[in-house]
Write a new protein. Structure first.
Length: 432
């Protein structure tokens, strides 16, 4: 019997996320061992033999220059990433495990790729679904989310469990907290999947209608310390000291906007997270620097990985049956003002039907009684309204960038000069 077929075996899920700062192919080094395989070297405590993850999900934000993303030119970049990442995962797997691509989805600069091991869960995956939504101005894709959902049937022929992965990029800047909260609710209402298997309803399902949910990306929540607090002075005068001391980071986490809003119940309801303060803030670094922050922004944990599973209680937000084995950032990547992050999550054993008959519906996440997410009836209208704005604005921006030799502002100036010269020539010709 294959080790992956052992009843109750806990699956290992690796989540990786990186805001590449609009760098396209230049933003991802050829050697990804630092980012994608630290888990392979430390996961030996999970078993007697080194063990590769069963599922790997890799998310990107700011995948390529925005005008190209809005124009719809993301496909070539994500195709290149897909094969490169899979090759790197396989090259660094402890037992030469092979992986298959489960799905890939991209919208403007937000992308998600999901892989599964060929010798286990990769053979069982079915009902693969993808979704996207934009939450920029006019629902454009400069901000938004993409998602992948799939089902893994039970060995006895039951419907099994569903897995949902969401990669998001939310509104930036410390003062736009309300916008980020609105982005979250927009994503819940418009990033929709087909009805739950076995359900009598034909209504689309939200991201929460799943057995396991993973929500990650550049969520852009900031550390917002009141000016009167002593930590504010430390951050403004001595960032290295604040970041290098775990005790100080643990104090700073109390002013992390995401954690504060979760405790209030206004965003990311039901989701859990590892101890993010154990690693340094992933933003904002100086370009080219391994460990030097820019003074233009307060360092913050903008890049995050959250999760929950159907057996988690709706009453205890801090506790999860998912074991967070690793949660860290990777300092060695220097082409972005963000550092990539990675987490290794050990899922609980699969559910067992005590009646002895195959299950007809998957187990679903339990949410507080005060929160009942519903699909937005105008979801498709909003999504395609954003797409209809993306394309012409992106193409026009791209044209101005070409005219301006790489700079849209210069392109607009050159265009206006050209129009002026043409008008002058037209008037001169008419006078003659």
């Amino acid at each position: 019997m294959n080790n992956h077929d052992v009843p109750g075996k806990r699956l290992l899920v690796q989540i990786a996320s990186y805001n590449t700062n609009l760098q396209a192919q230049r933003g991802l080094p050829q050697d990804l061992v630092d980012w994608l395989s630290p888990t392979l070297h430390v996961s030996t405590f999970l078993s007697r033999q080194p063990r590769a993850p069963d599922i790997v999900a890799v998310g990107f934000q700011e995948l390529l220059p925005l005008h190209l993303g809005l124009s719809g030119f993301s496909g070539r970049v994500i195709d290149d990433r897909e094969s490169h990442i899979r090759n790197q995962i396989e090259a660094n797997s402890p037992n030469q495990e092979k992986f298959s691509s489960v799905a890939k989805i991209v919208n403007a600069g937000v992308a998600l790729l999901v892989y599964a091991r060929d010798d286990g869960i990769g053979r069982k995956v079915c009902d693969v679904q993808t979704a996207w939504t934009g939450c920029g101005p006019g629902y454009m894709g400069n901000k938004g989310a993409v998602g992948v959902r799939f089902r893994v049937p039970d060995e006895d022929g039951g419907v099994g469990e569903t897995y949902t992965f969401i990669c998001a990029h939310l509104t930036a800047h410390e003062e736009y907290l309300a916008n980020r909260i609105a982005d979250y609710h927009h994503i819940v209402g418009t990033l929709l999947f087909p009805p739950v298997p076995g359900s009598e309803s034909d209504e689309p399902s939200t991201i929460y209608a799943t057995s396991h949910l993973f929500f990650f990306g550049d969520l852009n929540f900031r550390v917002s310390v009141p000016e009167s607090h002593p930590l504010a002075g430390t951050l403004s005068s001595d960032i290295p000291t604040a970041m290098n001391t775990e005790e100080t980071r643990e104090q700073l986490k109390e002013f992390d906007q995401l954690l504060v809003e979760q405790r209030k119940g206004t965003a990311f309801v039901g989701l859990r997270e590892g101890e993010f303060w154990k690693f340094k803030c992933s933003y904002k670094y100086k370009l080219g620097a391994v460990d030097e922050y820019s003074t233009k922004r307060v360092p913050s944990w903008t890049d995050r990985i959250l999760y929950t599973t159907y057996s988690d209680s709706s009453d205890t937000r801090e506790v999860s049956n998912i074991t967070n084995c690793i949660y860290t950032s990777i300092p060695s990547y220097t082409t972005s003002d963000h550092k990539p992050i990675v987490s290794l999550l050990l899922l609980p054993p699969g559910s067992v039907d005590t009646q002895g008959s195959p299950s007809t519906t998957p187990p679903l996440i339990r949410l507080p009684s005060t929160y009942s997410p519903k699909p937005d009836p105008k979801a498709n209208l909003k999504r395609y309204m954003g797409r209809c704005l993306d394309r012409p604005i992106g193409i026009l921006w791209w044209l101005f960038t070409v005219i301006g030799a790489g700079t849209a502002v210069v392109g607009v100036f050159n265009f206006l000069i050209g129009v002026g010269v043409w008008s002058w020539w037209k008037r001169s010709s008419s006078a003659v």
